[in-house]
Ligand binder design. Structure first.
Ligand SMILES: *Cc1c(COP(=O)(O)O)cnc(C)c1O
Length: 409
């Protein structure tokens, strides 16, 4: 989809965004006007199958009636009180999410990055107050290729040059090891390490699935050494991988779950740190907070999201559809596709770099009515809303096959 093939309405709109918006994104030239379920419609009435789902924030589909109704009902009552007072929806949300996760407590925040930042503070405070680490010595171990958000502290432990380049000086207290290498991790675990922070599957890195014994090994070695295991499930959690958490698939229970994206149902930003009282209980009044965190509108939507997940239907559907999707994609290996990785309804597809870059493939897919997103050169990822139909997935794969054929595969 080159600029010449876009309509004048689309071109006008994109020019406006480029003129008045900061240039921190490079979107595909698609201007969405409305969306329902797995489909979005652009300003010219062209329809696209959404195979990104806002990076899994729209796991339950656009405009899910149960979630929209919950938001609408709350809009008519009260939307913001701040935590200076109680509101009557936060409690049910906190209890529901804690139960869903099998943990004691929830710290509600807004964006994913805030959940990560909160967990870093909690882990450090836990290290000093509970584990007995000497003040200002706490270390948190992370993995190469991580993506945990965009704040100054979080980019301090990224190894993506674009994320970091001119944004130093960086926050100290982090060490990074190769992802998926339990022995390399173990070698770094000394008495000053308070936490290991990992994505159970690295999303932005290209849907990197670690070896099956990796997360169990991390769990064992952190437990043996009294170190917290923090699982960033902001993208992998809440149904995407065919389970409530990807940690369930790996057979591990972390000390803290970090949740975001789909927790807000695609309606409002809602994030959370979920853990046991022995860890989350370290926070005292005045030490941490957020004006919007736990607001009634967010809590109403978050509670409705928990309700959708309680049945297990979405998790099962993602597992079944995902197996089907990954099967069809794996059949393309050797035909313009170099490798396919994934779990549940979440796929990373390495396109043969000799054929095209990921961006080019995504532009060609958009022209054919499939929205997907490239990451790191020639990888594209698919993460359609879980409400997508099997036939729609088959159609999307057909479009990919057609694009690869056009490119000469
Ligand atoms: C998206 C994401 C974040 C950051 O979430 P924001 O809401 O964009 O701040 C953190 N961790 C992971 C794994 C993510 O995918």
């Amino acid at each position: 989809m080159t600029a010449t093939s876009t309509s004048s309405a689309t071109a006008r709109y994109i020019t406006q965004v480029e003129e008045y918006g900061a240039h921190n994104y490079h979107p595909l030239p698609v201007v969405v006007h409305e969306a329902f379920g797995a489909w979005v419609t652009d300003v010219d009435g062209k329809r696209y199958l959404d195979c990104l789902a806002a990076y899994s924030a729209v796991n339950f589909g656009h405009g899910h009636p149960v979630l929209v109704d919950a938001a609408r009902a709350q809009l008519d009552r009260v939307t913001l009180t701040s935590r200076a007072f109680h509101n009557d929806v936060l409690g049910p949300f906190l209890e529901g999410l804690a139960r869903l996760a099998g943990k004691d407590m929830v710290l509600p925040m807004n964006t994913g990055a805030e959940a990560v930042e909160s967990a870093i503070k909690i882990a450090r405070a836990w290290g000093y107050r509970v584990k007995g680490v000497e003040h200002d010595r706490a270390k948190i171990v992370v993995a190469h290729g991580n993506f945990h958000g965009r704040t100054t502290t979080i980019i301090s432990f990224s190894n993506d040059p674009d994320a970091r380049a001119d944004f130093g000086p960086f926050t100290p207290g982090f060490v990074s090891v190769p992802y998926g290498d339990a022995a390399a991790l173990e070698a770094l675990l000394d008495d000053d390490v308070v936490a290991v922070l990992l994505e159970p599957i690295q999303g932005e890195a290209g849907i990197i699935v670690p070896p099956a014994d990796y997360l169990p090994a991390v769990r064992r070695m952190t437990r043996e050494r009294n170190i917290l295991f923090i699982a960033d499930e902001i993208q992998s959690g809440l149904g995407r991988t065919g389970a409530t958490f990807q940690c369930d698939n790996a057979g591990v229970i972390p000390d803290l779950y970090l949740l975001g994206k789909a927790l807000g149902g695609g309606i409002v930003p809602v994030s959370a740190v979920v853990g046991d009282a022995s860890v989350l209980g370290v926070l005292r009044p005045g030490e941490h907070g957020s004006t919007f965190g736990g607001n009634p509108l967010a809590a109403a939507v978050g509670l409705a999201v928990v309700g959708l997940l309680e049945t297990g239907d979405y998790q099962r559907r993602a597992a079944e559809l995902g197996e089907h999707l990954l099967g069809s994609l794996r059949a393309l290996v050797g035909h313009g596709v170099v490798a396919v990785r994934g779990a549940g309804l979440w796929a990373g597809i390495d396109i043969d770099p000799a054929l095209a870059g990921g961006r080019e493939v995504c532009e060609a897919l958009a022209a054919r009515g499939v929205l997907a997103k490239d990451t790191h050169g020639s990888t594209i990822r698919l993460a359609p809303p879980i409400v997508v139909e099997r036939e729609e997935l088959d159609w999307a794969v057909e479009q990919l096959v057609a694009v690869l054929a056009e490119l000469g595969a």
